[in-house]
Design a protein around this ligand. Structure first.
Ligand code: ADP
Ligand code: TRP
Length: 324
């Protein structure tokens, strides 16, 4: 089964990204034919600075490799290294009804958040459809926010196949069952747009400072506490062993333990949990050329497939082979 997903290089990855998406991507490497790429063309739709594009791309690559992406098993590349996908985007654009794009909620949401309503942002789902279709992907693991984009991809593939013959495989989505929403230090959903994240690889000291400032309610130390209403407990759930979690649950319900104590233990567990990944990441940082070469190798594997599908699509619409 071919599994494909894209990750936008739009900021430093945080533990919400890890437990909500990355961990699942990495697990799916076993027994599948996985294709993961860094969606730098997509990131341009929000007009980052050139330095941000380059830095975040390398950062995402190092983070995924450090967290266990195996470039021998998985094809891992940078979207813009296979520019064939933009040519396919054009062919797909010409069978995409405007109404389909007008119905996409992500465009409206992003404009409401203050992004410039440029054409790239509007056409974003067509580029995403090209990403998925050019590699003939069967399954696309994504967060629930991307479900509509996979439906749009199926619609576009259907329009194309009905008009020109069966070229594309219709993908199914795989909505990642994340361990619910990971809360940020202020209790809202952890998100880089809220500035409430704990990054995967930020300095340990800064992780500690952030955890100690996690917002909790004002229940006094002696009083019983509801673990399900506590942001510290929600994070403990992700990283503590079952046995330890049970102990914390009992302590919360019994009373007599302050949130400060739970926070201190959370710092230790989080640092321990991510230690091996942090070591791997430190090695990769010493060798950015290895990371770039890994992406280049992935791009060569991806390109062979992309070129073949693009050629099928060119022939189907009547453009045929290149003259030039
Ligand atoms: P951000 O909100 O920081 O901009 P993205 O929207 O780029 O993060 O998310 C990338 C992936 O990480 C998505 O699949 C999303 O579902 C997942 N994700 C992000 N934040 C969280 C969170 N707080 N809890 C669970 N999953 C998350
Ligand atoms: N739009 C996705 C996101 O913001 C990123 C993405 C781009 C993607 N192309 C894709 C995801 C293709 C899955 C398949 O998270």
């Amino acid at each position: 089964m071919r599994v494909l997903s894209g990750i936008q290089p739009s900021g430093r990855l945080h533990i919400g990204n890890y437990f909500g998406a990355m961990r699942q991507h990495i697990k799916m490497q076993e027994g599948n034919d996985c294709f993961y790429f860094i969606a730098d063309f997509h990131a341009l739709t929000s007009n980052p600075s050139p330095k941000e594009v380059a830095d975040f791309t390398l950062d995402v690559a190092m983070s995924y490799l450090a967290m266990g992406l195996d470039p021998e098993k998985t094809v891992f590349w940078r979207q813009s290294d296979v520019p064939e996908v933009t040519e396919l985007t054009w062919l797909l654009s010409c069978v995409t009804p405007m109404g389909l794009l007008h119905r996409c909620t992500s465009y409206k949401d992003k404009v409401a958040q203050g992004l410039t309503p440029n054409h790239g942002l509007f056409a974003y789902p067509v580029l995403q459809a090209a990403d998925i279709l050019i590699y003939k992907s069967n399954v696309v693991p994504v967060g629930a926010d991307q479900k509509q984009h996979i439906e749009v991809t199926r619609d576009i593939a259907g329009y194309f196949n009905n008009t020109y013959g069966e070229v594309f495989v219709l993908p199914t989505d795989h909505i990642i069952e994340s361990v619910a929403v990971v809360p940020g230090v202020d209790g809202r959903k952890m998100s880089k747009s809220y500035g409430n994240t704990i990054e995967l690889f930020e300095p340990e000291k800064s992780i500690k400072n952030k955890i100690m400032k996690i917002v909790t309610d004002s229940t006094p130390v002696e009083a019983p506490k509801d673990p399900d209403k506590c942001n510290v407990f929600a994070l403990l759930k992700l990283v503590a062993s079952k046995e330890e979690l049970k102990q914390w649950e009992d302590k919360y319900r019994k009373g007599g333990t302050g949130y400060g104590e739970a926070k201190k233990r959370l710092v230790e567990i989080i640092i321990e949990y991510f230690k091996p990944f942090r070591q791997k990441r430190a090695e990769l940082e010493k060798n950015p050329d290895y990371v770039k070469e890994t992406l280049a190798k992935g791009a060569r594997r991806a390109k062979a497939i992309a070129q073949a599908t693009l050629m099928e699509a060119r022939r189907a619409v009547g453009l045929g082979d290149y003259y030039g």
